[in-house]
Ligand binder design. Structure first.
Ligand code: ZN
Length: 682
């Protein structure tokens, strides 16, 4: 039966139409058990050729499981059905424990160390050596060298943490879901856009209530805070939002104890593994060297952004006093006042921009840009896909050799997970008996063409999303690395993985590129320069305040994870950070940390800074292209050679230095976000 199933075929591209969803569980169960047997057999090998007789066969097994499981989780995300969902939910824990077993396999760890200490290590190439070093590092960080007793303790801590994190997230979600602000008097709706008011009407009806109900979910809360003219109502909503899941709300959803326990468990885990604190542990797999480097980076960004933010607050305060009758600007006035000022300063709407950005033109322009930068060809293929909207593209290099493929699935539809993402379907792996080219999925949720239209139109934000995901695709597909664990996006440090994607986004702010991807539906001309200039100005509007906010989150995350058991005081740490970052005092009741899911409920602990860090890298790399536009083909080649094609085979810092001929600097980002030279402007 296994042989009949397309799920297990190692063909160049997956064969979606041949997948039999009702046998996913059976096929995966038998695949996992044969995978365990094969790994066991490989490890019994007492051969001296550890790479050839142990590592390679184990990689072979991992590849098969990864490819089969990758298809199931992809289908589950893009064409969900009850059959797939059920199979996915049954299989997900089994696959997770399969990979957990490998990462804790003591014999495999011993083999890797034997190889590392043998003479044959020197005969391996750079990619293979990096792979072995990464594996040994990960085994160590997973506790492979601890005593049995400490390993047991580490397991308990991991279980605690996974329960605590999901309880943290549940509390945030439940507290968010439970709250609503009911308005009965329609005069108090003044200023709120009709679409948001209608949604609030439906929300009230769904609760069997009269009037309008506004909630703390983003599509309701954000426009409410931006537009509601009723100041006491804004304050009420603000308070509800910033006290979510705290001691000021329902006791059932209070995250205070969860946070304390999460931090204590993380701290203990780090110390068991030989680190002073959790930040030191977390940074082991990141591009930065240590916590001090992150602290210094955040401080210099704060120094640059704070005076700009202070100036912006002053401008908004004066405007609010003169035009909005607000004497002293409070946190619940900020979005509202900024939005009024924005309306006054920039007279254009997203919809006005959208009509100049037809998807077909954007796609064509993007592929052309990729061709001009990296000298690669992108050609459409016909083939087996999971939905009629999906397209397959083949990528060839300057010698006409096919180097990889990617799928593009752009429109939103029922049964498709929201958002945009890139996922690897197949990783490049060549050598010995195997050869497979990289394959990526690029998935977005853009609006479909309207009735009677053949094209769909994108907002500038959506164009950026497309460019961003294309950057990830290129990183994965243009790799030249032959060792699977470090080819494409594999093995790239967490805080550097967004470099190629954000780098591509920068081109959406380049007039030359905008001219190539835009077109007036009537005249065929590109977007008018005056409209682009407005777009550009709006981009950096209030960027000091926005940047400072991100820096506050990043610094709080770093500091709270740099503390030891005795000094873990969330509110106090937050207050210390705010003394450095705040430009409008947060009220005493503000409990922002209680709903900071990225770090307490997700994978960003001591890593939130990565957002800004990747922006620094991408802005700095992009500026090289702006400095000498005539040298772009040469620079593109270098970016391809030193960054995109290197994958995780070399450290991200070495990659960056090889491209930029120096370590990254924050100056380019400051310039691009309008934060540079502020003092001089004054
Ligand atoms: Zn990304």
């Amino acid at each position: 039966m296994e042989k009949d199933n397309a799920l297990l075929e190692l063909s160049t591209l997956p064969q979606f139409s041949k997948l039999k969803q009702d046998t996913f569980c059976l096929v995966m169960d038998s695949l996992l058990s044969s995978a365990r047997e094969q790994i066991g057999r490989a490890l019994e090998n007492n051969s001296d050729d550890i790479w050839g007789d142990i590592i390679d066969p184990v990689q072979q097994v991992i590849n098969r499981v990864h490819r089969a499981w990758g298809q199931i989780s992809h289908i589950n995300g893009v064409v969900n059905s009850s059959v797939v969902r059920e199979a996915y939910n049954v299989l997900a824990p089994k696959v997770t424990s399969f990979f957990a077993e490998i990462s804790q396999n003591a014999e495999l760890f011993e083999s890797l160390k034997d190889l590392r200490n043998s003479e044959s290590f020197d005969t391996l190439n750079l990619e293979q050596r990096k792979f072995v070093d990464n594996q040994i590092r990960d085994f160590r960080l997973g506790g492979a060298e601890l005593s049995d007793e400490n390993q047991d303790r580490l397991r308990v801590i991991s279980e605690n943490l996974s329960k605590l994190s999901s309880s943290f997230n549940d509390n945030v979600l439940d507290a968010t879901d439970k709250y609503f602000l009911q308005i009965l008097d329609n005069e108090r709706l003044d200023g709120i856009p009709p679409g948001v008011v209608n949604a609030a009407k439906s929300a009230a009806q769904a609760r069997g209530l009269p009037g309008w109900c506004f909630t703390l979910h983003a599509p309701s809360w954000i426009p409410f805070m931006q537009s509601c003219k009723d100041r006491p109502l804004r304050e009420q909503m603000y308070r509800a939002f910033v006290t979510r899941a705290s001691e000021f709300g329902d006791d059932l959803f209070d995250n205070t104890e969860n946070m304390k326990e999460i931090l204590l468990n993380r701290s203990e885990k780090a110390r068991l593994l030989g680190f002073d604190n959790f930040a030191d542990f977390s940074l082991q797999t990141k591009m930065v060297t240590d916590a001090q480097e992150v602290r210094d980076f955040l401080k210099s960004m704060i120094d640059a952004a704070k005076p700009v933010a202070q100036y912006e607050v002053q401008v908004v305060s004066e405007f609010a006093k003169a035009e909005l009758n607000i004497d002293s600007l409070k946190p619940w006035d900020l979005s509202f006042a900024i939005d009024r000022l924005k309306e006054r300063s920039f007279s254009f709407s997203d919809e006005e921009v959208r009509r100049y950005l037809p998807l077909s033109k954007v796609k064509q322009g993007l592929f052309r840009l990729v061709h001009d930068l990296y000298n690669v060809d992108i050609q459409k293929l016909s083939g087996d896909v999971w939905h009629s909207d999906v397209e397959i593209y083949q990528v060839s290099n300057d010698r006409d050799e096919v180097v990889g493929y990617f799928y593009v699935d752009l429109f939103s539809r029922p049964g498709k997970r929201p958002g945009a993402w890139m996922d690897d379907a197949i990783s490049r792996w060549r050598g010995g008996s195997h050869e497979q080219l990289p394959v990526a999925y690029l998935v977005c949720n853009f609006p479909e063409p309207g009735v009677g239209e053949i094209d769909s139109f994108l907002s500038h934000d959506e164009v950026q999303t497309f460019f961003h995901e294309m950057g990830h695709v290129l990183h994965h597909v243009l790799t030249k690395v032959d060792v699977m664990g470090v080819s494409g996006i594999n093995g790239v440090e967490w805080d550097a993985v967004e470099l190629p994607s954000q780098f591509m986004e920068n081109f959406c702010w380049d007039w030359g590129v905008i001219q190539k991807i835009s077109c007036d539906p009537v005249t065929g001309d590109s977007m008018p320069r005056s409209l682009f200039d407005k777009l550009l100005k709006a981009k950096n509007f209030m960027s000091g305040i926005q940047t400072l906010r991100q820096l506050e989150f990043s610094l709080f995350d770093l500091e709270i994870h740099s503390k030891c058991e005795g000094s873990l005081d969330v509110q106090r740490t937050l207050a210390d950070v705010r003394r450095q970052t705040s430009v409008i005092a947060a009220p005493e009741y503000n409990r922002f940390a209680h709903s900071f899911s990225h770090i307490f409920g997700g994978g960003y602990a001591a890593g939130y800074y990565s957002y800004k860090w990747a922006e620094v890298l991408s802005a700095d790399a992009f500026e090289a292209f702006q400095e000498e536009p005539e040298k772009n083909p040469e620079l593109g080649k270098r970016f391809l050679r030193e960054i995109l094609s290197m994958g995780g085979a070399r450290s991200a810092l070495e990659n960056f230095i090889a491209f930029r001929k120096r370590p990254p600097k924050i100056d380019a980002l400051l310039r691009q976000s309008g934060l540079a030279g502020f003092q001089a402007m004054q």
